[in-house]
Design a protein around this ligand. Sequence first.
Ligand SMILES: [Ca+2]
Ligand SMILES: [Ca+2]
Ligand SMILES: [Zn+2]
Length: 318
Amino acid sequence: MKPKSCLRGVATATTATTTTAALVALILGGAATPSRAAFTIEFDYSYDVGGFFTPTRQALMNTVASVLQARISDTLSAISPSGGDTWSAQFYSPADGTLTTVNNTTIAADTVKIYVGARAMAGATLGVGGYGGVSAASGSGGFISAINDRGQAGVAGNTDFAPWGGSISFNSSATWYTDTDPTTLENFAGQNDLYSVALHEVGHVLGIGTAPSWTALANGSHQLTGAASVAAYGGNVPLETDNGHFQEGTMSTVPGTATAQEAALDPTLTVGTRKELTDLDWAALQDIGWQVSAVPEPSTYALLGLGGVAFLGLRRRK
Ligand SMILES: [Ca+2]
Ligand SMILES: [Ca+2]
Ligand SMILES: [Zn+2]
């Protein structure tokens, strides 16, 4: 399995840019699109031993999932252990970072399971995330195949990526901003945006900076050469020297707009600011094998966004 990747917080006194409510509503709203395949990100809090994930924070994670679910449409085989079909999932525990094994967990069709939690981390690290591995598996050919590639033919040749899931841990010692309504951007100076960090770490679980299909697209000059990414960026995309992130400061645009924003999957997040997944982040997901749909029409987005807001309104602060 792949080592985890992390996101560092930076204290640069950058003023938070204003994002229009309409734009963010668009991103949220896509979650309600009814005609899509049911790609689902399922968060498992059983390793959240410290109780970091309050109901409010879990609601925020569901919003983060909805952002990805709105545009990813891969169909993934279920992993359904039973009788002689057995397997062991392996991942870094969110609770303490140790390699952990879970036997015979069931992964539903079209679903990626992510174990999430928090622990005290050194320095400026805000979070770590990566996809999980498999430490043992036996049984029928169909069962083994589902574990290996979830029914995605390109996985074996490193042109696709389809893990069972993975794990994410957040720094419990950091000062967090938990937005009860990510469709609005308010002042949260001095706090780190949980929404932004969660998007970043889910990006790692889905393979950005981590997957074999990502590594296959990195050249010897530490540039990403995937066709969609090159088109979005206007050339080969500079990476950090470990190929684990876009190079610090790599710029792209907020989907559906001309608004410039640093890529979500560069290595840092400035305190007091938010980052959405940019066109480049989405292009990278497409390049490593996810079926990424185009940005929905603005009118559709806005309508659906209203539904998203109403849904969030049911949640209450702790
Ligand atoms: Ca807000
Ligand atoms: Ca795929
Ligand atoms: Zn990272």
